[in-house]
Design a protein around this ligand. Structure first.
Ligand SMILES: *[C@@H]1O[C@H](CO)[C@@H](O)[C@H](O)[C@H]1NC(C)=O
Ligand SMILES: *[C@@H]1O[C@H](CO)[C@@H](O)[C@H](O)[C@H]1NC(C)=O
Ligand SMILES: *[C@@H]1O[C@H](CO)[C@@H](O)[C@H](O)[C@H]1NC(C)=O
Length: 434
């Protein structure tokens, strides 16, 4: 109490000399005496809240100024923020306008006065870690107006928890809050209100890594518990993720890898080393990208938008590798057929006989059941007339169904399927259809 008195005295003296010299006020000695009188007769008890004798709750008006946002840590489900927390309340016991100083302006006191006066017991409900700044002295402002209105401002940096929802990651938007409660007082004792004007201030050039701050809104969350109804307010921030980072580092690379895997269809299926290496490399690249990405994301049990993308990319590269397997099987089968067709030398004479002008005759006149003739006809011809014994093993369609055609078909089918997937994927997630 002694200290409080000396602060008051000093401040008032300064105030009077500095600001109110022209006012017809009491002499310095008299003011000094007034303060001493009111503050030394032991009526001020910092343990008792203001307005307790009136039976009215103490009303604390709060506003915050956002100094800056730090990292939005998705893996730890928190974000950091640096704010100025300003509280205003009225303590009639500290009013000094009763002492002929009504012309005096508010006085600013040092942070040491905090132990001598009553201050609200606000706390941040979702705080994980917090720092009060005290370089070079504690970053605190206490100003008392003649009416006993107190302004208490302090600078705080905190790590606050935020329940991120990753269903649409990285096309998501998040809602994070700064929630302020009174720790001990119920609404019967202390009320917390947002300041009427400008309760949440922020710099225009506020920079947020990864996110864009869409809006902020002051809200109330006063709820009853078994020990009473506790005052609660919160500032809600709507954040939408700036997904350029993920487009550049996740979507573009995997898109390119899938397109590269489609290059496979343009390479001759007989070039086994080229096709196998492209297939293996693309599958490995997508797998690596997927693993690297997962390391940076929280382990959630549900499927994120980016998981859908990576899974489909993996399916496409694996499918284009399997397509090569199918093409290869067809090549082997073709090779076997060719071998069979060229092997029989005993029919060389018949073969000769049917070459040249006799070709047309084969088509029209040779019965289908003549295997010897059929075997003798070169493969090129067999395809045209379907008389080969080998050919009878397969459906007529099979002749068109070779590795080259499969590649041609896959080229169109895979590319259009992937483009269709892209259209659907981006529509669904960007237009918020889910
Ligand atoms: C301080 O004591 C004086 C009398 O000694 C009394 O008149 C005055 O009201 C007291 N101050 C307060 C704030 O109660
Ligand atoms: C605080 O606010 C409540 C409700 O707005 C009001 O009833 C009460 O009188 C106020 N308290 C003081 C000390 O002004
Ligand atoms: C306030 O000042 C007036 C004259 O300006 C004086 O009559 C009155 O006694 C003073 N009151 C106190 C509490 O000092």
């Amino acid at each position: 109490m002694e200290r409080l008195i000396s602060y008051f005295t000093l401040s008032v003296l300064l105030n009077v000399f500095g600001w109110s010299r022209s006012q017809p006020a009491l002499s310095t000695a008299e003011q000094h005496a007034s303060f001493n009188r009111v503050l030394t007769n032991g009526t001020y008890d910092s343990r008792i809240r203001p307005h307790l004798p009136d039976g009215k709750p103490t009303n604390v008006t709060v506003d915050i100024a956002i100094n800056g946002f730090g990292e939005f840590n998705t893996a730890n489900m928190d974000f950091s923020v640096s704010i100025y927390l300003r509280q205003r309340w009225n303590d009639p016991r500290l009013a000094f306008n009763a002492f002929n100083l009504s012309s005096a302006t508010a006085i600013t006191l040092s942070d040491k006065v905090l132990t001598d006066i009553w201050v609200p017991d606000l706390f941040f409900y979702n705080e994980k870690q917090g720092w009060k700044h005290d370089i070079t002295t504690p970053n605190v402002l206490i100003r008392i107006a003649p009416s006993g209105d107190i302004l208490y401002s302090q600078r705080i940096s905190m790590k606050l928890s935020c329940l991120y929802d990753f269903y649409k990651f990285p096309m998501d938007s998040q809602t994070c809050r700064i929630e302020i409660h009174s720790y001990a007082y119920t609404t019967e004792d202390v009320n917390i209100f947002w300041k009427e004007t400008d309760p949440i201030q922020r710099k225009d050039d506020l920079y947020l890594p990864e996110f864009t701050l869409e809006s902020d809104s002051p809200k109330y969350c006063t709820t009853g518990t078994s020990t009473g109804e506790y005052p609660c307010i919160y500032a809600e921030f709507q954040l939408s993720r700036d997904m350029r980072y993920y487009v550049l580092n996740v979507y573009a690379p995997s898109f390119v890898v899938v397109i590269i895997s489609f290059v496979n269809f343009m390479i001759d299926p007989r070039a086994t080393p080229a096709r196998v290496s492209i297939g293996v490399i693309t599958v490995l690249t997508i797998t690596t990208q997927s693993v690297t990405l997962q390391q940076r994301l929280p382990r959630v049990s549900y499927i994120k938008a980016v998981d859908v993308w990576m899974a489909v990319c993996l399916i496409f590269v694996v499918a284009s590798m399997l397509e090569y397997a199918a093409a290869n099987v067809m090549l082997q089968r073709e090779a076997r057929q060719k071998e069979k067709a060229t092997r029989p030398e005993k029919n060389a004479n018949i073969k000769k006989a049917f070459q040249g002008p006799m070709d047309n005759m084969i088509m029209s006149n040779i019965p289908l059941t003549l295997p010897e003739v059929a075997e003798a006809v070169p493969l090129r011809r067999q395809k045209q007339c379907h008389v080969s014994a080998d050919n009878l093993d397969f459906t007529p369609l099979h002749s068109k169904w070779n590795a080259d055609n499969l590649d041609k078909l896959s080229r169109i089918a895979f590319t259009s399927a992937f483009l269709l997937f892209n259209v659907i994927y981006w529509c669904v997630y960007m237009l918020a259809l889910v």
